[in-house]
Design a protein around this ligand. Structure first.
Ligand SMILES: Cc1cc2nc3c(=O)[nH]c(=O)nc-3n(C[C@H](O)[C@H](O)[C@H](O)COP(=O)(O)OP(=O)(O)OC[C@H]3O[C@@H](n4cnc5c(N)ncnc54)[C@H](O)[C@@H]3O)c2cc1C
Length: 405
């Protein structure tokens, strides 16, 4: 993809974010750059005790990867696991909505990471790997869909155009209406994010990690370049290294350390039904609706890409989303709504992940990102390597917190 085109796509995504409309993966500019000077040196000594703040998908993955290395880990969670963006996520695992090459590569590594975790964790993660089916019913949207496919295929991504017969074979229960163009990304998938956090935390715990909630971190005890410990609603705790993985809460925690972390948020509404018999093995991106079925049978659907913004009461909007989705899958007409979620995406202001040491600190690390479900396995692996081994991993170079200073 040429630079002009990438910027055009990103500008469109940024516009969506600015209007509060649903953003897919709104990396808003070209890949950011960080020089090595903007990343402070890590501690040389391997930390014995690492405290992770936040038990969303990033905190759970980082905690698991640290515990796997035999490190003493404490995860502190303000409310309960998955109570932030993770619990309200559509959790589509993809690289096909990431039109900037290094960011696409990172997401592709995230997808591979889920497959690796599934092997490590003996198949206990609630994943579905049926691929993603997109179709469009009018010319302009169809042309964009095919142009994206062309670019991603050029990068070596697995996807191809399908016709109505093939779509019917992939989705025998669908009533798609007019198909102007359709695409199948066959290696993508989805996960039940709450179930995944539970599996990762349970495994971390079995490896010796302590998971404490509700415990809110309220203060950071630091010298000029080192954190010594944290103040919490349950007293103080010492730490050799601290990793902030607190979603939108990461901003105020960084502020406590005297560092600005430019995050914004945008709402995404999703309707969740009660469990029903399995009929959908793939993630669906139909005109105006996204639909998936979790391994436990619950249908999750949104009005736009990964969930639309809130335009009426959540309940009314949820009912409308489900009604719209039933155009494509008539069995949804009789589905019962279990709840409607209004999630808040964690959006770094330039749209790209923020991962690395914070400010001038040698042992205070942050991981905050959109697409955090896709990225959780690889960020968990990379963050644990950087913090434990004192190394700087090249794939994270564009995403250092220092780019904002
Ligand atoms: C509607 C919607 C759709 C999405 N769709 C997708 C998708 O399809 N694919 C995808 O990959 N991503 C998607 N995302 C993005 C993804 O869900 C997030 O990037 C990811 O969940 C962020 O995880 P996290 O662990 O960083 O943050 P969170 O899940 O927000 O977890 C942070 C945790 O930190 C805790 N915390 C905060 N402050 C403190 C404190 N001071 N002390 C202790 N604990 C604290 C919070 O209580 C919370 O539990 C979507 C998000 C939304 C909202």
């Amino acid at each position: 993809m040429n630079r002009r085109k990438a910027l055009g796509l990103l500008a469109a995504a940024t516009g969506a974010a600015a209007t509060g409309a649903a953003v897919g993966d709104a990396a808003s500019k070209n890949t950011p750059t960080t020089t090595s000077a903007q990343q402070p040196p890590h501690d040389h000594a391997r930390p014995e005790h690492v405290v992770v703040i936040g038990a969303g998908i990033l905190g759970a993955s980082i905690g698991y990867h640290l515990a796997k290395r035999g490190t003493k880990v404490t995860i502190l969670e303000k409310t309960r696991p998955s109570s932030g963006a993770t619990g309200d996520s559509f959790a589509y695992l993809n690289a096909s909505t990431k039109p900037v090459r290094p960011y696409y590569d990172l997401n592709l590594a995230g997808i591979s990471g889920w497959r690796r975790l599934q092997l490590e964790l003996n198949g206990t993660l609630p994943l579905k790997w049926g691929g993603a089916v997109y179709w469009r019913d009018e010319a302009q949207a169809a042309s964009q869909l095919l142009s994206g496919l062309h670019d991603y295929e050029g990068w070596g991504y697995s996807g191809y155009q399908i016709d109505g017969t093939e779509l019917h074979r992939l989705l025998p229960d669908a009533t798609p209406g007019h198909i102007e163009a359709a695409v199948f990304y066959d290696q993508e998938g989805t996960v039940d994010p709450v179930g995944a956090v539970n599996v990762l935390l349970a495994r971390a715990k079995s490896l010796g990690a302590e998971i404490e909630h509700p415990v809110e971190v309220t203060g950071i005890d630091a010298t000029t370049d080192r954190v010594r410990g944290l103040k919490t609603t349950h007293g103080s705790i010492q730490a050799d290294a601290v990793i902030i993985a607190a979603g939108l809460g990461s901003q105020s925690l960084a502020n406590l350390a005297g560092v600005k972390l430019p995050l914004t948020q945008s709402a995404g509404v999703l309707v969740h039904t009660t469990p029903q018999t399995e009929f959908l093995n793939r993630v669906i991106f139909a005109p105006g609706n996204t639909i998936k079925q979790n391994p436990d049978g619950r249908i999750v659907s949104g009005g736009g890409h990964e969930g639309s913004s809130l335009t009426s009461t959540a309940q009314e909007q949820g009912e409308q989303i489900l009604k719209d989705a039933s155009r494509y899958f008539p069995q949804l007409k009789s589905s019962r709504i279990e709840h409607v979620s209004v999630g808040q995406r964690v959006l770094p202001t330039d749209g790209f992940p923020i991962v690395g040491l914070l400010g001038g600190y040698r042992n205070l690390y942050v991981a905050a990102t959109h697409s955090g479900v896709t990225l959780a396995p690889i960020i968990g692996q990379y963050a644990s390597q950087e913090v434990l081994d004192g190394v700087l991993l090249d794939p994270l170079t564009p995403y250092r917190p220092g780019r904002f200073t």
